[in-house]
Design a protein. Sequence first.
Length: 322
Amino acid sequence: MGSSVSMHLPPAFEWQHQITHDITEHQRVISGAPFHYQQLSSEPFHGTVTEIKLGRLKLFRDMLSTDVLKSGTLDRHTLCVSMPLSPHRAPLRCMGHVFEQAGMLVSHGHRLPELCAPGGVTVLVIGLAFDYLAALMDAQSCAPVVIEPFHRPLTARDGLWRLARQFGEANAQTLLQHNPLWRRELHDALIMALVDKLSCEEVHHLTPSYRQRVVDRARDLIAAQPDQPVSILTLCTDIGVSRRKLQYCFQTCLGMSPVSYIKLFRLNAVQRVLSTADHLTRVQDEAARWGFFHMGRFATEYRQFFGERPSETLVRAQRKAG
């Protein structure tokens, strides 16, 4: 009798929403789960992070105004389904694959595939425990879920997408907080829609493409030499590809040239340090550490990209540090 009654109780609910003002703050406010973000475009930055617990579901919703590379971890015992809640003005890119239309990306929560997302798109990640999901699918005679990452297209008529988009509506928190019946109905309907989608055979399994492997190797080489920007000639020689091939791989996987990526990688690295600096940190030292030796040019590029001078980032961080 006790277990029967508990099945009809409204699912537990928590909602935490935060507004962020730079890429480092956005990364820092996410509780519990390590995420990494890299800003790729120079629009004025604003972001939002919403973490939701709804019964057996863990949901993570974020939006950034700038193009970003993002990766992270939610829970090693969880299957994660990621999907855009809003239209995107440019393709989503993942593991060397380019997705023009909306879809859901299914992956292990221990390591979410790196996603290259255009600015302005809201992405929702839904997490559900493997053991609970496996029991549900077994009870419904569904095939076991494949652990390898895969992608499925979504259309406006898909029940899962319609349900997920309710978490992006302005009154979602109020309804979930004060309407236990609706909370139970949404919780159960979302889980059933997940099971339906996960048991469908129409999937596009994702493995890193050759282009992605080239880009990954290049990025490793770039990160290994922070104080001396690696040349395109060195990248081509060490990887064993032509300049044209390297350019094509970066353009496909990241939507930019390798030269642009090298500069953005270094600018992000300096911004990350300045955003968490103490009173001993100096802009000149951190700029030089990442290969910027012409301070006037560095300050101009930094301001164009992040919308403020590096000294402003540093002063704000030092004030927070006390």
